[in-house]
Write a protein that binds this ligand. Structure first.
Ligand code: TPP
Length: 286
């Protein structure tokens, strides 16, 4: 597998999204047109790139996919590399419409849980209690007040062929999922946990450690959903690690009280029990 990413330069030290790009495009190879909407890092691969405004991400990707089909170029894939803002929020409408039409596109979302390119504002992907530049902690604010939007399940509820979550700390699992999604016909989405040392405020040398802690704590579960029902949990440790091990190294959570950490722990534990049940039944009810 050849390296398809550009020489580092447009990314910060320890950028999880750059790692996501490296692993993803290694698997996908050269034969694709990469769609980008504003996000960081964007100039991540050697492929021909088509750019659009956030709101047109899903529709312009559709255009590329249909044009390739009309030209008989089924050897070339239409692939998006978008941020959480472009997926959860600003670009959601067109992506949802593309999913509903089951367009033949592969959407890679690297989720760094905020609008990092413009200074770390909250997004629908920001978890509760995270401090962002638009949720500063103060006498009247404990950081973001709302939970992270459950976007994998929302896209799965479009009954599309393939939705998966992945993490840069589990590269074999991530690459396996990209390989599997590559040749499926129809709408595919892989949401990759991509820690951002600048926005999450942790030591850039610890990106992988932190990503792994998130998966091991059940904060970022790794799973696959096919056709909106068939469910598989890919990483099932005997016991989850405490969420505090994931929250503590990040300064965006440093204001959290013990009660708030316990609240997060309670939610993660409940959700994990649901995921285990779904895995046992091999199905998720949407
Ligand atoms: C309609 C619209 N709103 C806002 C912006 C400004 N903007 C450019 S990049 C960006 C942040 C993107 O965040 P995300 O998609 O999460 O990607 P990240 O930068 O975190 O990788 C924003 C808000 C824009 N370009 N267009």
């Amino acid at each position: 597998m050849d390296e398809m990413v550009l020489v580092p330069g447009s990314t910060c030290q320890g950028c999880g999204a750059a790692m996501a790009a490296r692993l993803t495009f290694k698997v996908l190879g050269p034969n694709l047109i990469r769609h980008g909407i504003p996000c960081c890092p964007d100039h991540v691969s050697k492929h021909p790139r088509a750019g659009s405004v956030f709101e047109a991400g899903g529709s312009s990707l559709t255009g590329t996919s249909r044009a390739l089909k009309a030209l008989g170029r089924t050897d070339i894939k239409a692939v998006a590399f978008y941020g959480d803002g472009g997926t959860y929020d600003i670009g959601f409408q067109a992506l949802s419409a593309a999913a509903e039409r089951n367009e033949n596109i592969l959407v890679i979302t690297k989720d760094n849980e905020a609008y990092m390119n413009t200074g770390g504002q909250r997004s629908g992907g920001t978890p509760k209690y995270a401090e962002t530049t638009t949720n500063p902690v103060g006498p009247k604010s404990r950081g973001k007040g709302e939970p992270k939007k459950n976007i994998p399940m929302i896209f799965a509820a479009h009954y599309v062929p393939y939705i998966a979550t992945a993490s840069v700390a589990f590269p074999e699992d991530l690459m396996q999922k990209v390989k599997y999604a590559k040749d499926i016909e129809g709408f595919r989405m892989i949401l990759i946990q991509a820690p951002c040392p600048v926005g999450w405020r942790f030591d850039p040398a610890k990106t992988i450690e932190l990503a792994r802690a998130g998966v091991q704590a059940g904060v970022w579960p790794l799973y696959e959903i096919e056709h909106g029902t068939s469910f598989k949990l890919n990483y099932k440790p005997k016991e989850l690690k405490p969420v505090s091990e994931y929250l503590k190294p990040q300064s965006r959570f440093r204001h959290m009280t013990e009660a708030e950490v316990n609240e997060v722990q309670g939610n993660v534990t409940t959700n994990w029990a649901r995921l285990l049940k779904a895995d046992e039944m091999k199905t998720v009810v949407l």
